[in-house]
Design a protein around this ligand. Structure first.
Ligand SMILES: Cc1ncc(C[n+]2csc(CCOP(=O)(O)OP(=O)(O)O)c2C)c(N)n1
Ligand code: SF4
Length: 246
């Protein structure tokens, strides 16, 4: 008998990510958590612009493709108008932390009662690999061809740490999909984030480190190794705040 897990019923067709991309793994984890929590028919996804928007191509659920960076504001409105829905904004690092840093930070600052999943692949994936606010120091991208110079650009943002240290959020964590133990752990973070939303205690965010082999110009396995050896040294994995649920 096959030991493979059945595909969550929210996932209704194959997705169109590049081979070795981490988005598909993260989306499946979100779908599994929603199904296991009995929320698969109660979900609304405000979706960012970027490869994150391809979530809509493989998941059968209510969703809204927001203007670039604005999913934090759209999620706020949807959750306030429909407090019984589970609202998860699904965004890339460029969407959430560069063009959308105002909306993302404001939602966390106000402790809005929704969940944000941010796929951090350290660049703008969809548009060909430009520098984003999470590009690593000295990382070469199409717009930092000599390597990111942080004395000019500022340092990469560690958003879950910011939300945990400075705002009264319910839950903040960073996971990764570069190997099986971390995929499992990331799933537990996503589940806790959704449970936090269900408890009504406040904003929850899970950042997910994810490979973008196409723009990193790496083979898929090399890209996974790159996360383990380099990306996690700047972006530590773990939970940064977990409020007690009432
Ligand atoms: C207002 C606006 N500016 C720029 C773009 C072009 N654009 C589309 S996707 C994208 C980058 C998305 O990168 P990220 O959020 O990191 O997601 P990824 O593709 O890596 O998953 C940009 C700049 C746009 N669609 N709208
Ligand atoms: S460009 Fe990068 S983020 Fe986009 S689908 Fe391809 S590997 Fe994934």
């Amino acid at each position: 008998m096959s030991k493979s897990k059945k595909v969550p019923y929210l996932v209704d067709r194959p997705m169109s990510f590049c081979p070795g991309c981490g988005h598909g793994i993260a989306i499946r984890l979100v779908a599994e958590c929603l199904e296991e929590l009995g929320q698969a028919d109660n979900i609304v996804f405000p979706i960012g612009v970027g490869c994150s928007s391809l979530l809509g191509g493989g998941i059968e659920a209510d969703r809204l493709h927001c203007s670039h960076g604005r999913a934090g504001a759209v999620a706020t409105a949807i959750k306030r108008c429909n407090p019984n829905n589970v609202v998860i904004s699904y965004q890339g690092d460029g969407d959430a932390y560069s063009i959308g840093i105002g909306e993302t930070t404001s939602a966390a600052y106000r402790n809005e009662r929704f969940t944000t999943i941010i796929i951090n692949n350290t660049n703008y994936g969809m548009t060909g690999g430009q520098m984003s606010n999470t590009t690593l120091p000295n990382q070469k991208t199409n717009t930092s061809v000599y390597g990111r110079d942080c004395s000019v650009t500022g340092n990469p943002i560690r958003f879950p740490e910011l939300a945990a240290d400075q705002f009264n959020v319910g839950y903040a964590a960073r996971g990764s999909v570069h190997d099986v133990p971390n995929i499992r752990k990331t799933k537990s973070y996503i589940k806790k984030a959704i449970e936090m939303q269900l408890s009504g205690e406040g904003y929850s965010v899970v950042e997910v480190l994810s490979p973008c082999p196409t723009n990193w110009k790496m083979e898929p396995l090399e890209a996974m190794k790159h996360i383990a050896e380099h990306v996690t040294t700047y972006f530590p994995l773990g939970e940064f705040v977990e409020k007690e649920e009432k």
